[in-house]
Design a protein around this ligand. Sequence first.
Ligand code: HEC
Ligand code: HEC
Ligand code: HEC
Ligand code: HEC
Length: 430
Amino acid sequence: MVRRKLSGIRLAVCIIVILMTPLAHTDEPMHMGVASCASSVCHGRTTISAHNRVWMTEFRVWQDSDPHAGAYDTLLSEQSRRIAARLRIGNPAEAKVCLDCHADNVPTERRGGRFDLTDGVGCEACHGGAEDWLSSHADRKATHDDNLHRGMYPTSDPVARGQLCLGCHQGTPGQFASHDIMAAGHPQLLFELASYSPLQPMHYAIDDDYVERKGPQDPIDLWLHGISASASMTLTMISRQTWNGDAVFPEVALYQCDSCHRETSKARGTAKGFAATLPSGSIPLNDTALRLLVTVARAMDIEGASTASARVDALAYAAVTQRSRLPATAAALAPWLDTVSSAMLSKMRSRAQLASIRRGLLEFAARGDALYFPLAAQVYLGVVNVNTALGELPATDTRMQQWFATVATEASFDPAGFELQGKRLFDEFR
Ligand code: HEC
Ligand code: HEC
Ligand code: HEC
Ligand code: HEC
């Protein structure tokens, strides 16, 4: 009883702290700043609250162990200075192109009194500008829906989360780590929604109370939504690639990096899988998410999956033979893929179906189709997700570890080994 009272007082103090935060008005909500969430009576507690629905330590988790809290500081590093010098963009910590992904770079008129750009990717970069829900959301009576109505971003919704994370981890036409940035020294981006979500790290627990408020959180669902969001972003990027003006070549970062960058001594000589259908010497598109999507959809027997798969092949072909028509080909594929994607996402997923998805992915690897690092990495992560859901073959299993060793890093990626180990697993689990 005493404890309950205490927590009641804490909450009241928290609301007062929030109400003291100055507000200004524009159409889009203001971002109030991490400091508005970080008080020791709000999300900045040092120990997990036993009385609140949420931990209340979120700020500590973020500050102490979330890489997003250091995303702005990264722009002050030697590596960032080198990248910026190569690009001739001055101070990277002041360059819009860097800040858009490494901070909560909303326009100045949408920054509240306690907003601080140097906080990096702060709470509101993911949870949305808090102007209209900062005070109300701390009220015990406020439901999750009330908060969403007031403009909180639906981070628990897999579609919305996919778009949010991929916006920075894959890129959009407005915010993209293009080849000039990569060539200046930026790491290549790799992302998978189900495995990266807990890596963030988690500042929330998916317990009974969470599920009651926000619905069940199925990692397979997250994985598939992530692929679907990534596929549609890929198509958007390709269909807008004319943005690169008169360049001899379209945006190179949309193609497979190691088709140009692998050591010739590592050359595979004989192109396999879908790459064998392209003219010799072609530079294939990075259509990772599209290939993954159609592979899973086929394994799940989704209507139209085979046709969609043929269209993905046609897109890959157009990318090297009819580049001027590529944006139109990509745009035409989008509604098709949407249909297959939504059928896939709404279909019940039984154990038999999960096993069939795994078979589809392993067959893809065994066929030698996972020639490029991003594709192989996603196939591996997909198999790990399915194994976890099935409660079989943990990533610590020797066979999985041997397979992982072939794809552990971009630099050490061994396509022949990936195919071989993948084939062993396929023979065992077909
Ligand atoms: C505003 C852009 C932005 C958004 C939105 C974003 N991230 Fe990030 N994320 C970054 C940046 C930038 C880094 C690198 C931070 C650094 O080290 O400087 C990063 C790093 C990470 C890392 C660490 C990666 C590693 O290799 O160690 C994980 C995991 C991650 N993000 C997951 C997520 C998830 C999950 C979401 C969606 C819920 C998300 N991110 C949304 C920009 C973003
Ligand atoms: C499309 C979003 C995006 C853009 C644009 C972008 N970055 Fe990044 N950056 C990321 C993400 C995401 C990561 C983390 C990659 C990972 O670990 O998976 C990252 C990682 C980095 C790293 C490596 C950090 C580490 O801890 O290893 C540096 C350095 C960096 N970025 C600097 C820059 C600079 C400088 C610019 C501007 C020229 C820039 N970035 C533009 C998203 C972006
Ligand atoms: C990179 C994106 C990202 C950042 C940055 C981030 N969060 Fe979250 N947050 C998430 C995701 C994803 C979830 C899980 C989905 C959900 O419950 O909405 C979540 C969940 C939460 C929850 C809900 C827990 C529950 O049980 O309902 C709270 C509270 C929260 N975050 C607070 C914060 C605070 C405070 C900060 C800043 C100190 C912060 N978050 C920073 C992405 C982020
Ligand atoms: C169409 C071929 C092509 C593709 C595809 C391509 N690049 Fe490049 N890349 C080049 C060329 C050409 C250069 C300039 C080489 C030079 O300066 O010697 C370059 C330079 C680079 C450099 C600097 C190398 C150095 O020694 O300084 C890096 C890093 C790089 N690219 C990364 C990538 C990444 C990551 C991708 C995929 C997202 C990619 N490239 C896709 C052709 C390509």
